[in-house]
Design a protein around this ligand. Structure first.
Ligand SMILES: Nc1ncnc2c1ncn2[C@@H]1O[C@H](COP(=O)(O)OP(=O)(O)OP(=O)(O)O)[C@@H](O)[C@H]1O
Length: 236
């Protein structure tokens, strides 16, 4: 029998918060090679805080984050990102004054990867990001993240403020990237159903505590999970 592969991301007992008050308590999760893992939960559950503490934008109060087996403690967020643990925040990371092409030239990104996943960006390449639609901006943000060829990509609210048709375009790209590159993806998402359709596993967070962890198929079949992810019920 072969043992499961070592996780690319191994978070153990993470506690984090703001101004000395914990909003996330003792969270442990893993993301393996080629896996898409959803982190679900209602508004204010602590999902964004989890990603911030993993990428060290926020210093955690306690706990360990191992990326490819190495503790990220003491590393700067930009060094962690350079090493391949990329955090795509809700703000999309686009600069309104720069064109699409200029975005893809920053940081010596691999523009070919960006255009391979989003060919529609080619015809927009001379357009300034400020003149793109919200969906096109999100596409550019995601293209930039993928062009860094992350070993683990963490995405905060891919669907935020976007029409369903755009989200349906973006979500399968998350799955395709994990399948094709063997990278792991940690997907924070309020659109529970859409996230679970592309995920392998999911964790449910409520009021800063993990309340459930299961395969995406089991979570998708459990109406309680869907309801609590939106409304924050703690009856799981
Ligand atoms: N910069 C901050 N300073 C103080 N409190 C914060 C800060 N950011 C978040 N919080 C608080 O931490 C808690 C968790 O917020 P977080 O953004 O992690 O939740 P979330 O699950 O991502 O929710 P949402 O889906 O609404 O973004 C909330 O009570 C929030 O008000």
């Amino acid at each position: 029998m072969t043992s499961p592969p070592e996780p690319l991301l191994d978070v153990r007992g993470l506690t984090a918060g703001y101004f000395g008050a914990a909003v996330l308590r003792d969270l442990s999760l893993t993301v393996g090679p080629g896996e898409v893992v959803a982190l679900l939960g209602p508004n204010g559950a602590g999902k964004s805080t989890t990603l911030r503490a993993i990428s060290r934008i926020l210093a955690p109060m306690s706990g360990t984050v191992l990326f490819q087996g190495r503790d990220v403690a003491g590393q700067k967020p930009q060094d962690i990102a350079r090493a391949g643990l990329v955090h795509m925040s809700e703000r999309r990371g686009v600069f309104h004054g720069l064109t699409v092409e200029e975005h893809l030239r920053l940081h010596r990104l691999d523009a070919a990867i960006a255009y391979a996943y989003f060919p529609e960006l080619r015809k927009l390449r001379s357009r300034r990001a400020g003149l793109l639609s919200g969906g096109e901006q999100q596409m550019l943000g995601m293209a930039r993240a993928l062009a860094r060829r992350p070993a683990v990509l963490m995405i905060d609210e891919l669907s935020k403020g976007l029409a369903p048709v755009i989200v349906e375009r973006l979500m399968p790209v998350v799955r395709a990237y994990a399948d094709e590159s063997g990278a792991g993806v940690l997907l924070v998402e309020q659109q529970v159903q859409l996230a679970l359709e592309v995920a392998d596993r999911g964790y449910v967070l409520a009021h800063g505590n993990l309340t459930d962890h299961d395969s995406a198929a089991n979570l998708l079949a459990d109406r309680e999970v869907l309801v609590s992810s939106y409304l924050g019920a703690t009856t799981l």
